[in-house]
Design a protein around this ligand. Structure first.
Ligand SMILES: [Fe+2]
Length: 213
């Protein structure tokens, strides 16, 4: 007959083994299942070379879109002056729209069987948008910087959209035209109107008279 001590130790052992089984397995390592730049072909009726070329282009647009998105957040935080509130809100709206683009582009890359860039260090190495200073800039400089970044994205997106169409990759062409190009063009309009030098309160009577108006 088992003693009380034996019973206690049996229960303790059961508890121990139960705890062991439900314990998370930590600090695991394994080789990558897909190296960056390689295609894991999916049945989407597109040649592997076409997928690879589109993915390489899309990763460039992705890196620049992530950079532009982050530039909007920087300006959302650092904007100054009498238009603070409206620009604070506008910059955040554009940031959120760019963030949606980031997900659309990244998931298009994954849909091609490729790997999308993700981490800040890789984005910094890849983006061609000039790095802004850490400090605060005046509103016109902030807006000019954003407009230049938009134009970089638009220029490359148009070239890449044509390349995708010529290669028969209509899905990538559609993402670039319907999502990237349309969104960026609209945001450029909203920004650029802030750099039109018109009076805020009193119309310029002298100019109107001299132009015969
Ligand atoms: Fe905020």
């Amino acid at each position: 007959m088992a003693s009380k001590t034996d019973k206690r130790s049996a229960t303790y052992n059961q508890l121990e083994s139960g705890t062991e089984r439900s314990r998370p397995i930590l600090h695991q390592n394994a080789r990558e299942i897909q190296p960056y730049g390689k295609i894991a072909k999916l049945p989407i009726a597109l040649d592997e070379k076409v997928c690879a070329a589109s993915a390489e282009n899309l990763n460039q647009v992705l890196a620049d879109t992530i950079t532009l998105r982050d530039l909007y957040k920087k300006h959302h935080w650092q904007v100054a002056g009498h238009t603070f509130y409206q620009l604070h809100l506008l910059f955040d709206k554009h940031h959120n729209e760019q963030d949606e683009l980031v997900d659309t582009i990244a998931e298009r890359i994954q849909s091609l069987g490729a790997i999308s860039l993700a981490m800040a260090a890789d984005i910094a190495e890849t983006s061609i948008i000039p790095r802004p200073p850490r400090g605060r800039e005046e509103v016109p400089a902030q807006i000019s910087r954003l407009l230049e970044a938009h134009e970089i994205v638009l220029k490359e997106a148009r070239t890449m959209a044509r390349q995708a169409a010529e290669a028969g990759d209509d899905g990538t062409n559609d993402v670039l035209v319907s999502d990237v190009i349309r969104t960026n063009e609209l945001q450029v309009w909203f920004l650029a109107e802030h750099l039109v030098d018109v009076p805020a309160v009193r119309a310029d009577q002298a100019k109107a008279a001299s132009s015969g108006g």
